[in-house]
Structure formats: C-alpha cells, structure tokens
Ligand binder design. Structure first.
Ligand code: HGY
Ligand code: MN
Ligand code: MN
Length: 426
C-alpha cells in the first residue's frame, strides 16, 4: 500500500521508524563487534582497517538500496544524495563517521549516519520530495586514533588539509601510510577534494559522550559549538642501561621524566579548573623490560578548552614542564603536534532551529558546547552548521559499555528529520 503523498502542512506529523533505525544500528554494530564480560557490546573499527571496510560496504549497500547517488572522494569520504525537486539547489547534508576507536561503542558516529539514512527512507516511504537534495555522509578517520589528526576526512573535504599531505600520514599502530590503506580497502575514490560545492546547511546527530544531559535529565543537547583540541606526541630519549648496576645519580631515565611530566599534566588541568581537561592516553616504553632502564619513552597529551587563550596557556605550561624535567634528567625531548583545532562556534540560526524543533516535538533541551571533536566542526567552516546531542548512559563513550536508550535515539532522529525538512524546504 503506497501512503498518500504528505502535503507540506502535514510534514510536522512525520516521524522516523525507530525500530528500523535501531536494527541498522545493531547490524552495523555487529561489524567489528567487541563483547565485554558484563554484556557490553562495543565496536572496534579503526580507520581504514578491514573492519572499517566492512562497515563502509554495509552502509554503502544501504545507500544504494535507498536509490541514492553515492560518491566516494579521494580521501574516502562517502556522500550519498537523494534528489530534490530543484536539482540546482545546494543540498542539506547530515552525516558523521563510522570509524571507531579500538574500544568504541555502537553509537559514536554511527548514529548520525544511520539516522540520516532513516530520514531518507522515511521521506521515500511517505512520498515526500524536498525542494533541496538531501545528502547523507560519512567522513574518513574522524577518530584520529590510528591516523592523526582527528576529523581528518572532513578537514580535507572542506579544504583545511591538502589531500596529498593527508594521504602521507602514517598510522600510530603499525606505521602504515594512510593512502596505501585507503587503496587497500578500495575507498580511494574519484571525486576530487576539497568538495566542488558545499552544502546549504549541515546538521549532525551525535551521542553526547559525557554525563551532562543524563545528570540534567534532559533529552536533547542543543550544541553551541566545539571546544579547542590540542594533541601532542612527546618523545623523551635517555640512556638505556642495566637496572641493577647503574647508580641512581648516573641515570638518564626517560620514563622517570615522563612519569613526573604526566603527573604534572593532571595537576595543571586541576588548577586551571573546568572546562580545562587533559589526558595522557598513549604511553610507549622502549624496550619495556623489567631489568632495563628505558632508552625512549613516547606519550601523547590531549588538552582541550572552550577558551583558546586558556588552551594556549595550558599548552605553554605543560610543554615547559616536560622540557624542564627532561633537562633535569639529561634527556632529549621532541614534541610533534598531532592535532590542533581552535574552538568553533556554530551558526546561531541553526542552533535556534535545533532548539525550536526539539521543543516543538515536546523534548526537553539545554544548550551546551561539545567536549568531543566532530566532523560538524569542519563543516562549520563552509556552511551553517549545528549538532543535536542525545544522552549517553553513565556518560560513557570511547568505552564498549557506551549506550543510548532507544527512546533517546528516536527523539534525536526525529529532531534531525525536522531540522532537515525545514532547511530543505527553503
Ligand atoms: O577526539 C575526539 O574528540 C573525537 O572522538 N575524535
Ligand atoms: Mn564521534
Ligand atoms: Mn569518538
């Protein structure tokens, strides 16, 4: 039975099919699935691995099944287009990413992409044709966990990083070259980057990945922007020697330097106070043996703040401490910037639209910045952009226990639907 065409006036009653969206989240979540001891079901689909390829293939097959025109660009971004009644009009885009960290969840990124497909299927099911085309995108390597920086694909898409430079990035885990991995998984696409034309508007549905919405008992986060991000790789080189024969005063121990510095990083974040955060997530010790004073230690420092000036101050203090401790110990130190993005403010009209749409649909809302980086912060460089957050249970993400309830998934996807309908009609 084909449902009668829905006139413009009735669009407000349109709702997504929550079960169909949940089924797609489950199906995509099975690719690279990681099962925890307490029933947690996470995902490991690091960028450009075989698991990422398999996830991409599944989502592209859904895009094709929905009759969308699928384009793959030179950095592997995938953009699927549903035609509008005016083919000359710039599209309204929704998107996110489907790569994950190694201990990722089934919602981070995936929700925004699959909610986009659900919107397209809902419109098709109800015979709704929008004036503007609608695009659903997933961007390459949003996580940056294997190939830094994060949001790499969307950064190239908007012209913030030359594709040649991006293709030469090497992987933190196995040293593989990004361009070689992209070709290996079959996603070195023909569409040029930066994109020839940019969207009329972009909105991203994403889990909050923190505790704010849950603590406030609020359903929809109206995201006002994204905090600044600073990733640095620190390498300290000392003198490897015998653990038993080398007197303490003769040592040049890089791990002793790293330990002092890492402790100080946390103290600095503490006295800067919220919203300053600091994380040392990666630590590599060579040769990492019980009876050998290490020769080299490498670790990463992730600093974030909504205020650029304070972020710069935090960087200056942290880097000065690292250098001072290395000098005290007679060790060499090098620092390499892996990612550096200033805070981003989203478009006021788009923020208002997300807030008004959410409230019209009967959801509680609060405005908030994003603690995590997102592709939206790159699209904000080229078109009016906003984000819709839904709560993360226990504030957990980048953890296989990541979870968002079906009701909140449905709420977020319906807000996204009506934000898209509003922009696609103008
Ligand atoms: O690091 C981030 O904030 C994002 O998950 N890439
Ligand atoms: Mn994400
Ligand atoms: Mn993430």
């Amino acid at each position: 039975v084909r449902l009668r065409p829905v006139t413009m006036a009735l669009h407000h009653d349109l709702r997504i099919d929550a079960d169909r969206l949940w089924q797609r989240l489950e199906a995509l979540g099975e690719i690279g699935a990681v099962h925890g001891p307490n029933g947690e079901r996470g995902c490991a689909r690091l960028a450009l691995t075989d698991a990422d390829r398999d996830g991409r293939d599944l989502v592209v097959s859904w895009m094709v099944d929905l009759g969308m025109n699928v384009s793959i660009d030179a950095i592997g971004n995938v953009v699927a287009t549903r035609a509008g009644s005016d083919p000359t009009a710039a599209a309204v885009m929704v998107g996110s990413h489907i790569d994950t960290v190694r201990t990722g969840g089934r919602f981070d990124g995936n929700l925004g992409v699959l909610a986009g497909l659900e919107i397209v299927e809902t419109l098709a099911q109800h015979d709704v044709t929008t004036r503007r085309p609608i695009q659903v995108a997933f961007f390459t390597d949003e996580e940056g966990a294997r190939f830094a920086p994060d949001m790499l694909g969307s950064l190239v898409y908007v012209g913030g990083l030359a594709v040649e430079e991006a293709l030469d990035v090497t992987a933190a885990d196995d040293g593989a070259r990004l361009g070689d991995e992209l070709s290996r998984i079959g996603y070195a696409g023909p569409t040029p980057v930066p994109a020839a034309g940019f969207p009329h508007a972009y909105t991203e549905l994403h889990i909050e990945q923190g505790p704010v919405l849950e603590d406030d008992g609020v359903t929809i986060g109206v995201v006002t922007g994204v905090q600044g991000i600073s990733w640095t790789e620190v390498t300290i080189t000392g003198q490897s020697a015998h653990a038993g024969t080398t007197p303490m005063q003769l040592r040049r121990d890089p791990l002793a330097v790293a330990a002092r510095a890492i402790h100080e990083v946390r103290l600095i974040a503490g006295y800067f106070g919220a919203p300053q955060v600091a994380t040392v997530g990666m630590l590599d010790v060579v040769p990492n043996l019980v009876n050998v004073i290490p020769s080299t230690v490498t670790f990463t420092i992730d600093l974030r703040n909504t205020d650029e000036a304070r972020l710069k101050e935090a960087e200056a203090e942290v880097f000065a401490v690292c250098r001072a401790y290395a000098s005290d110990e007679g060790c060499e130190i090098t620092m390499r910037t892996l990612a550096r993005f200033e805070p981003v403010e989203f478009d006021d009209a788009m923020i208002d639209l997300v807030e008004g749409t959410s409230q019209r649909l009967g959801f509680t809302t609060r405005r908030m910045p994003s603690g995590a980086g997102h592709d939206a912060q790159m699209l904000a460089r080229v078109c009016p952009t906003s984000m819709v957050f839904v709560p993360s249970v226990n504030g957990l993400s980048h953890n296989i226990a990541e979870y968002t309830t079906p009701a909140d998934v449905e709420a977020g996807a319906n807000v996204l639907l009506h934000v898209v309908l509003a922009r696609a009609a103008e």
